[in-house]
Write a new protein. Sequence first.
Length: 146
Amino acid sequence: MRWPNFYSAVYVIIKNEKWEILFWRRKSDFKDGYFQIIPAGHLEWEETVFDCAIREAKEEVWIDIQENDLKVIHISHRISMGERIYFDIYVEVTNYSGNIRLCEDDKCSEIKFIDIDNLRDDKFVMYDIEALRKAKSWEYFSEKNL
């Protein structure tokens, strides 16, 4: 029997006053040209989910978040192209300080708030959209085999 390698990624859900969610258009070898939730990233060794969310928010969009302003809204078990097994953890921010700015322009071409209920023709990382829609309908767990 083959033992899987497990990975965990944390996606930080930042909403504006219109309830649109912050995305970035990727500029990298993974999903180049697609919109994906920002901030987001892999859990590092011995890091908690909330510590990861706080670190990624500072690294990617230069905002400060306190742990008590975070809540887990969805967890997704995802098998990615038969290569990796992910547990994606979607964390909503209820409050933050600072002004959002792009800090990793080598990885993305733009950031913007997007209404996930009215997606245009742009390309999106669809497992993120599906998880957000499930979270919006109070589903806390989903599974996806890509």
